[in-house]
Design a protein around this ligand. Structure first.
Ligand code: 5RP
Length: 229
């Protein structure tokens, strides 16, 4: 039997994830994000595929690949379908201008490529993720070779770098691309576009977790309602 339900039920995440899945229509090529909120989207799409929904999907991580396969969703790649109709993904923090920080699951590099490849990029989250201004640490995917250099540069711009460790603390997290993640605490991010540009210029940073290309955000509430921003 297919395993569809993400573990650890969250009514808020579930409401947002399922509401965004409603945007998916027959014939679409869809980008599937990573994390516990998009897991609900993937499960819902799998349910609709069983009912006859005809879609193709591009995944953003090993995790979303496994969930999509379990859900019975047919996968494709950006090589075959470089232009996606829609991408749906989670977030670690969202501000009032719909700027978003992602990368809590260390998947933000592929997530950014997928979001930029999509005609429409929709973020799904529970209400705890909303903040007037961004102040969450910014995940940086870095070449292992550049770990010290990038850490020094983060300090130089006034931030605090922390190499992300694996759950068992026996070594660094390794991304699906074979890199490390440095979580850069930068305080309140007054201008996400400017900080994004600075981080993009650091040699050895493959990608940072600031996304400024979000079209809509679906915020799930405890009562099961969803606010669209
Ligand atoms: C992975 C991400 C996730 O989308 C983000 O961390 C949110 O995850 P969740 O839906 O589990 O709260 O950016 O890199």
């Amino acid at each position: 039997m297919k395993e569809r339900n993400p573990t650890g039920e969250s009514p808020e995440k579930k409401a947002a994830g399922i509401a965004a899945a409603d945007l998916v229509q027959d014939g679409m090529v869809v980008g599937l994000g990573t994390g516990s909120t998009t897991a609900y989207t993937i499960a819902e799409l799998g349910r609709r595929v069983d009912e006859g929904l005809d879609i193709l999907a591009v995944v953003t991580s090993y995790q979303s690949e496994m969930l999509a396969i379990q859900a019975g969703i047919t996968l494709t790649s950006l090589a075959e379908h470089p232009n996606l109709d829609l991408a749906i993904d989670g977030a670690d923090q969202i501000d009032k201008g719909l700027n978003v920080i992602k990368g809590g699951g260390a998947a933000h590099t592929r997530e950014k490529v997928v979001s930029r490849s999509a005609e429409r990029f929709v973020v799904v989250a529970d209400e705890s993720k909303y903040s007037e201004q961004l102040n969450h640490y910014v995940p940086l995917e870095v070449l292992p070779y550049a770990k010290e250099y990038v850490s020094q540069q983060v300090c130089r711009i006034g931030g605090k770098p922390e190499l992300r460790l694996a759950a068992r603390k026996d070594g660094p997290v390794i991304t699906d691309n074979g890199n490390f993640v440095i979580d850069a605490s930068l305080g309140v991010i007054e201008n996400p576009v400017v900080i994004a540009a600075i981080l993009s210029q650091l040699a050895g940073v493959v990608e940072h977790g600031i996304f400024t290309n979000v079209d809509e955000v679906y915020i799930g509430k405890k009562d099961g309602s969803v606010e669209i921003m």
